[in-house]
Design a protein around this ligand. Structure first.
Ligand code: ABU
Length: 458
């Protein structure tokens, strides 16, 4: 089949899917043991005709979890914005690799503009700062860690790590940190997990105590990872205090804003990341709060030189035209790298910075609306408060695992559960900026009637 025919097929299947999603926002999962029987996924020696292929493809697509609908609250992404989707689709059609100006052309300029704007919004000097993208927040966090390691132990990249370097992060931070310690050769055992306060924010006192103890014990404190939007409560660590501590002890200050660093676009909520101007590296995922398809994970740093020191390598077969500044392969973990910024640019260019800020504000307002509903209803228990895009609650004292898993198995709603300290609860996230208050009403109504019908019957 030629490209045009496949494009027509794409449009046809997408339209059918989107229509069906309105009626059936959640698909019943296929039991894993039946998967390969129900759908002809297996690959064979011989090809098949279009008449055979299209129904199989349709079945595959129609049975895939519907993460863009109004009943998906399960993870930290969701929704479907037409303008950012357009950019993503065009990236696929264009199929550039973002390592050189020679093959990326103006798309490199798009990426540079986004990085420069974000740098200036968090208070970095766009002239001396730099940034790049990686396939997700785990990876951009790894880039921050590698720069931190190389600053403390410049020989590490040549000789391997020679010092016992310690890294600090809160008990509420993302699970990529311990993994990245292993990947960076620092060792999982050298991560110091710092307690969080009742709101899920890293305790600055406990952090300083841990640093002081490690120095006494002969370790080299290498990096503090502060979180802007913890994975479960979406809480903000006190960046300013942490930033000062990092300066005091000469430690790399990384801000993991993958989830909620995007508050930088909001006049109303950006105060939650006050202090990020002290960061040595800062990450944010536009595919979380900013209505952009997966993945769009950005890292910026005021230390352009550190990005080059840690990530550049000569490759005469690759870098043949243009200066380093326009050959971003020199500051990337990857060689081939897909274009992850066009989709964010198509949206940002269309609605402006103000429009992006309104997306952020709307998500906070939705979450507050949901928390108010929960707080006002005696059948619910609420577990978080304050500015956050998470609604953490339990209903009628029922095990949240049972509610979430039954809703999923019946194809009703996709929502997950989380834990803070010993308390487990349903975690509903309002990252789908296409949702409105009525959609949250619909969520609560459906969940309540489902529980009455399926979980409370005698
Ligand atoms: N970085 C995504 C974490 C997944 C989740 O908590 O939903």
């Amino acid at each position: 089949m030629n490209v045009e025919k496949n494009l027509d097929l794409f449009v046809q299947l997408s339209k059918e899917l989107i229509l069906d999603e309105e009626k059936n926002p959640v698909v019943r999962p296929i039991p894993i043991e039946n998967l390969f029987e129900e759908i002809d996924i297996k690959l064979n020696e011989d090809g098949i005709s279009d008449e055979e292929f299209i129904p199989i493809l349709r079945k595959l697509i129609f049975n895939t979890p519907r993460t863009a609908t109004k009943m998906f609250f399960n993870q930290l992404f969701g929704g479907r914005n037409g303008r950012s989707m357009l950019g993503e689709l065009l990236s696929v059609v264009l199929n550039n690799s973002m390592y050189t100006y020679k093959v990326g052309g103006p798309q490199i300029g798009v990426e540079k503009e986004i990085i420069s704007k974000i740098s200036s919004f968090i208070g970095l000097n766009p002239e001396t700062s730099e940034g790049t993208l990686a396939p997700g927040g785990s990876m951009t966090n790894l880039m921050g860690l590698i720069m931190a390691r190389d600053q403390k132990d410049p020989d590490a990249k040549w000789e391997g790590v020679s010092k016992k370097m310690t890294v600090y992060t809160s008990e509420e931070s993302h699970y990529s940190l311990p993994k990245n310690m292993a990947f960076a050769g620092l060792g999982r055992n050298y991560i110091r997990t710092i307690e969080a306060d009742d709101y899920g924010r890293m305790s600055v006192e406990a952090l300083e105590a841990a640093i002081v103890q490690d120095i006494k014990d002969g370790f080299t404190p290498c990096m503090v990872n502060a979180t802007a939007g913890t994975t479960v409560l979406a809480a903000f660590d006190p960046l300013k205090e942490i930033g000062y501590l990092c300066k005091k002890y000469d430690i790399w200050f990384h801000v993991d804003g993958a989830y909620c660093g995007s508050v930088l676009f909001s006049e109303k909520y950006k105060h939650h990341i006050d202090g990020c101007e002290m960061a040595d590296s800062f990450t944010l995922n536009a595919h979380k709060m900013l209505a952009t398809p997966l993945a769009c994970s950005i890292i910026v740093t005021p230390h352009k030189d550190c990005l080059y020191e840690s990530f550049s390598n000569k490759a005469s077969y690759l870098y043949q035209t243009a200066e380093d500044d326009y050959n971003p392969g020199k500051i990337s973990m990857q060689c081939g790298r897909r274009n992850d910024t066009l989709k964010f640019w198509t949206l940002w260019k269309s609605i402006g910075t103000k429009g992006i800020g309104q997306i952020v504000d709307h998500e906070f307002e939705l979450a507050q609306y949901g928390r108010d509903y929960v707080a006002d209803n005696p059948n619910y228990t609420l577990y978080n408060s304050g500015d956050s895009i998470a609604i953490c609650f339990n209903y009628k004292g029922i095990d949240p695992k049972v509610i979430c898993n039954s809703l999923y198995e019946h194809g009703e709603i996709m929502v997950g559960y989380g834990k803070f300290r010993e308390q487990e609860f349903i975690r509903l996230v309002t990252v789908n900026s296409g949702n409105q208050k009525e959609d949250l009403d619909r969520f609560f109504n459906r969940m309540e009637s489902f529980v009455e019908e399926h979980l409370l019957v005698q």
